[in-house]
Design a protein around this ligand. Sequence first.
Ligand SMILES: [Zn+2]
Length: 124
Amino acid sequence: MVRSFASPDSRGCLQRMTQRSGVLGTPVVVLTGAMEEREFFDERQEKKPATLNCPHCHQTAEYEVTWVVRTKKRQLSGRADDRDRARFAKARSYMVRKDDMMACKNMRCRKRFEISGQSTVITE
Ligand SMILES: [Zn+2]
C-alpha cells in the first residue's frame, strides 16, 4: 500500500519518503523547512492508572496505561524562524495515550481489548 501526499514543488523529497516508508509499511509525511513539532516539547513517558471494563467478560479492573507526555519548552532553540515561533506560541502541552490495547486481567478471559475514551489530552 503506497499513499502519495506529493505536491508539485516537493515531489522529489516525498517520493523518497514514500519509497522508504513503503518498506516499513507506514506512510510518513515530512514537512521540510520547518521545525518538527517534537522540538517544541520535552517528552517523557508516564504510566497512569485507569479503570477499564473488558468488553468480552465485562469485568472492571485497574490498569496501568502508558502515556507520552509532551511538555512545552520554555523557549525555542536559536534556529527557529518567525513561522516556527508563531507555531510555538500556539503549541500547548499535551499527552498522547501510547497503549491502544490492554490484555484483560480476568484469568478466565485474558482477551485483548481496545481502550476507549480520549487518546489525546491537553494538559495546560
Ligand atoms: Zn475480559
